[in-house]
Each structure stands twice: as C-alpha cells, then as structure tokens.
Design a protein around this ligand. Sequence first.
Ligand code: ADP
Ligand code: MG
Length: 271
Amino acid sequence: MSVRVKPKSHYALEVINVTKKFITGSPLPWGAKREVLAVNNVSFTVRPGEIFGVLGPNGSGKSTLVRLIATLLIPDSGTIKVFGYDVRKEEQIVKWLINRVSVEASFFKKLSPMENLLYGARLYGLNGREARSRILEILIRLGLKREEIFQPMEEMSRGMQQKVALARAFLSNPSLLLLDEPTTGLDPRSKREVQALVRELREEHGTTILLTTHDMVEADTLCDRVAILDEGRIVAMDEPRKLKEKVASNGSEPTLEDVFIALTGKRLEGG
Ligand code: ADP
Ligand code: MG
C-alpha cells in the first residue's frame, strides 16, 4: 500500500506563526518553574523539491520545530501544513506524506540492517523482493560493506546506524523528508556520502527535504535556502549566497558563520 496523496497547496510546507514553549522544573506546585520558548513565532514556506536548511546552535529550537512538523508535538499557537494538509486536523495524511530521521532512531539491535529495513519496507507496503534489492543498493551507496549489511546492528558505530536510519527513511519514498542533524557525529567521508544521497533523492524523486544542521558548510553546499534560528526565532532566511552578500566583507568571501555572528553577535559552535 503506497499512499499517493494529492497536494492541496503549491507549497510543500507552510509554517505560520508557530510557537511552542516548554515548562520545566520542579513537578511540585510550589517548586520553581522555568518557561522555555523553544520555537518563537516562526513562519516560513518550502516549495516542492526544495532542500531547506534550518541552521542554528544547540538549543536554538531545531528539533522542536522538526517534531512539530512531524506531528509529534502540538504547537501552542500557529499553523503547520504539509502539502496543504493541517498537521493537527489531518494528522494521518501528514504522516503518510512525511518521514523523519533523528539521531535517536530506533532499531532491533539484534537484527541486521537488512532485516531492520525489510521490516520497515513491509510497514511501508513494499514488495519483499523489490525491497531487498533496493535496500542493498541504498546501503552500498551509503558505503556499507556487504558483511555489515547482514550483521547485528548492535555492533555498528553510531555513524553507521545513522546511515541505516537514513536508508530506512529513503525507502518509504516520503514527499517531505525531515532530517534532524543527519550528519552530526559522522566522519567527513560518511558526511559526504550522506549529503550526496540527499541530493540524489531530490534529483531522482523530487523529494522535498527539510534538514537541520549546525554545520555551516553543509548548509551552504546542500541547501537552496537557509533559515537561521537563534533562541527559537528566525533571524534570517534566504539563499546561502544572498545571506553571505548581506554581510559586508573586506575582500574575503564571508561564510555562513560570519552571517550568524553578524546577526546574533554569537558564535555557532558545534557539538
Ligand atoms: P536544538 O535541536 O536546536 O538543539 P531543541 O529544539 O532540542 O534545540 O531545544 C530547544 C529548547 O527547548 C532548549 O532550551 C531545550 O532545552 C528545550 N526543550 C526541548 N525539548 C524539551 C522538552 N521536551 N521539555 C523541556 N524543554 C525542552
Ligand atoms: Mg536537536
């Protein structure tokens, strides 16, 4: 059962005035509570086939934003639509249209990547034999060795597990793919392999991709447009080239890092 849903909008994604706050602290009524505005009145749209980057330091609200779009959290206010379908009122349709990859992806650790992905493929309604050859193709393209594909996942590095998580998401052929820090913690080579696959996915299937990152170079090379997030607010949004043009430079080409510092007065450290 491969669900094809007709778009209701010219936009793949519409995020309109979205706010989400968390109350943290003591569970006791008299205990001190702290409010965190994780996503603060955020608005943007993404066109079909676009690779849209959300760039920001740790704690800037990237994962919260992704989880709101993925229907895993409910916004306090504002509207989110995926291909015109409201994440709250038409949650099931939105779930058919999206897939999300985050760093805490879960697997059956005793099973191999192939077994895990065949399980995933069955959930997505793919035919077994067809799924098997596609899984092999994707995993090999991501740089897994044949023996790794058939070994229990518990023996794999985190980077390798991240690749398997990506392969699983690609398998479902989502219309909107949400990648939350897809290359964080990967070695430079794996990073490039993942980035190449993201590009191919867009070229071959026209998949719309929203990815979060705190890697300037990644945002610059991979994304058509970038929104810079700082403490839950979008402080700038444009094509990487245009963002860089806005920052005056003395001869040398500015980086997105320079843009971030110019806008926030802060440094965008990794981690
Ligand atoms: P990022 O992904 O950019 O690192 P997050 O979206 O994870 O940022 O977090 C944004 C802010 O919201 C942080 O201050 C974080 O501590 C807070 N936060 C995120 N999730 C929760 C939660 N479930 N409960 C309380 N606070 C949260
Ligand atoms: Mg995060």
